[in-house]
Design a binder for this molecule. Sequence first.
Ligand code: HEM
Length: 377
Amino acid sequence: MAATEVKDDRKSAALAAQRVKPNQGARVISRFGLAREILRSTEMRQAGAGAEQAPRVDVEHRSVFFLDGEEHKRKRTAIARFFTPKAIGTRYRTVMEHTSDQLLADMRAAGGGRLDTISFELAVTVAADIVGLTDSNQAAMAKRIQGTLFGTYFLHRNAVLRRAAQLVSVVNGLRFFRSDVKPAIRARRKQRREDVISHLIDEGYPDKAILIECMTYAVAGMVTTREFIVMAAWHLFEKDEVRERYLAADEQGQLAILIEILRLEPVAAMLHRRSNADGELLAVSIRDANVDESVVGGCPFAIDLDRPGASPANTYMSFGDGSHRCPGAQVALNETRVFLDRLFRVPGLRLTREPTMSWSDALMSYELRGALVSCSR
Ligand code: HEM
């Protein structure tokens, strides 16, 4: 390598550079320190994911993502019990291990499989357990959830196509409601359980508001984790040294490797906030903050498994920061860890087709489709 050449391991950077766009009028924040200050400030309110156009549901029934200030704090405190290290290390871990084993047994019986389908089913099953969407078939639910996102693929097409696609999304949303959300609500009205839907029922949320919260978790927890699992697998397939280190590492070491990959390939590209003080719109660039040399050290674009300052507790800006920081960060990292640890021990495993990378403008995220693996039967 020439002395001046910069080592860049990022797969999604070129596409992101073309496609990531801040909301109109937003000032882009690229430095890690300032990004963190903004996300931690109590003077900022959520302005991402259409927050400012979101339907004005009563504040006490609004999705956690769209709340701010005291109401948001109250909600986060209430749901924190579903995301404790204990819950992740016991109840969800059993789901992660059991589901991974089952999916990989099916894959081995078939002699291979499609990675994004497998990773989506895993992510759906794990998040569904947290949310309480456990009264319907999980594989069928994964398809229905995917169907609700149909409209997001036609954002920049002509109005007729856009309307048609939105209609398909709405129809799929209704099917998701009828087949998955409604049975879950019904079961929990009879007997509450330890999950998000039971909590929403306790709080008097109407069915429509429960559906909106389920959709929030579907996008925030299921879709994001699907992409990350495929991205991490792709790097591990490609880089012998990273894969060998991964398979030899203990759990903390494996988490650290995943965090380093996610640093370079953050699933969420930008977070928007509006200042209460002067109304300014800010777009925090996770992709930029995560490669800020003053924080991550030298060779910021390279996967460095011995990066100084790295620790399983330091996830850079990949899961946001401050009051809205992703509550599911440890869920996502642990389920990816459990699954990949098992996947890469499958005899005869090979990547026979690399994923095709595309971009979702609606989710402002890369998407990896069609990766095929084969293995010994
Ligand atoms: C690799 C996977 C994941 C990534 C990259 C990710 C990323 C993020 C980011 C960046 C935010 C902050 C949004 C903001 O500040 O505006 C967020 C919020 C959120 N995430 Fe995750 N997430 C992942 C997995 C999960 C999982 C597994 C769950 C749940 C099971 C989850 C549930 C949520 C929820 C409910 C919020 C909203 C929190 C709030 O606004 O207070 N996420 N996520």
